[in-house]
Design a protein around this ligand. Structure first.
Ligand code: GUN
Length: 292
């Protein structure tokens, strides 16, 4: 069994970003990313902080906007409009999920697609479906695909089962895996909470992408011998023995699944660091494309 280290592959991606950033700085431009958080969800706050820190470590220009949970739709639209118009900002990310009174789809549509480094805008969703390389692909599935490529996992002709149909992970992951080229050309099944006899389907998979958002959901019975498992889940579960009072576990019951796998990603240290690395890569790409 191979443990696929997201931390190691993320370092490689970040080294590539550094070369891109150096070339852009030599042309007098520093890529800039704005990360917007509305409300005080602790997990979202932690993600936003780590995105901001990684930007600074890399020498990107970073703006972190932490807005109160009472922020109105119009106030948030105004913030987005300002960032759209700011030439120092090449990438804009509004952390999901926002508070309930915010119409997230309307906020996403308000972001300039050329700055939509999350790849959530309809223009970028369409570009992914059209396999247009100028589009932005959501960071988490892009990171999962990169992990498969770097680990030498052949996706061509493989049966990949994506568990989860979210706009952030499941749907774009399925599109990436079925697209033509490296990390693609797979036969893709998308399973979800309404799927009948899920285990029968996942047991057919050469590659499983688990993006359900439920701790330790994928068990040994879901996985065939020799499968590759990518665990997208980052779930906080109570752990009174730890200092923070919680620990992070994936969507996969690692201890029982790992022995059956040809390769598997750990949590933490798997997909998580890749998501941030791909965000940096998308920001560098947005900056490069803005220069024409
Ligand atoms: N929430 C969980 N993952 C993501 C992501 O990739 N982007 C944004 N904006 N919010 C998220």
């Amino acid at each position: 069994m191979t443990l696929i280290s997201g931390s190691q592959v993320a370092e490689k991606v970040l080294a590539e970003c550094q070369r891109g950033i150096a070339a852009l700085k030599a042309r007098g431009v520093t890529p800039g990313l704005a990360v917007v958080l509305v409300g005080d969800d602790p997990a979202s706050r932690a993600y936003v902080r780590s995105k901001d820190k990684k930007c600074r470590d890399l020498g990107l220009y970073s703006v972190k906007l932490e807005l109160p949970a009472t922020t109105t739709q119009q106030e948030l639209l105004d913030v987005v409009a300002k960032l759209n118009a700011d030439p120092a900002i090449h990438g804009i990310l509004v952390q999901s999920p926002p508070p309930k009174h915010i119409d997230e789809a309307a906020i996403v549509r308000a972001i300039d697609p050329a700055k939509d480094v999350d790849g959530f805008h309809p223009v970028n969703v369409a570009k992914l479906a059209l396999e247009d390389p100028t589009g932005f692909v959501p960071c988490t599935p892009l990171g999962c695909q990169r992990l498969l490529i770097d680990a030498g996992i052949e996706t061509k002709g493989a049966h990949a089962v994506v568990i989860g149909r979210s706009m952030i992970v499941g749907k774009p992951m399925a599109m990436l895996l079925m697209a033509k080229g490296p990390g693609g050309d797979a036969t893709v099944t998308v399973a979800h909470s309404r799927t009948r006899d899920l285990a029968a389907i996942t047991r057919e998979a050469d590659i499983i992408i688990a993006a359900i958002g439920r701790p330790s959901f994928v068990k040994a019975e879901h996985v065939k011998q020799g499968a590759v498992v990518i665990d997208v889940g980052i779930n906080r579960v109570e752990d009174l023995g730890s200092e923070k009072g919680y620990k992070l576990v994936g969507d996969v019951a690692f201890d029982e699944v790992a022995p059956k796998c040809r390769a598997i990603t750990p949590v933490p240290g798997g997909v998580g660091p890749m998501t941030i690395a791909m965000l940096m890569a998308n920001t560098v790409k947005a900056c490069q494309q803005s220069l024409g």
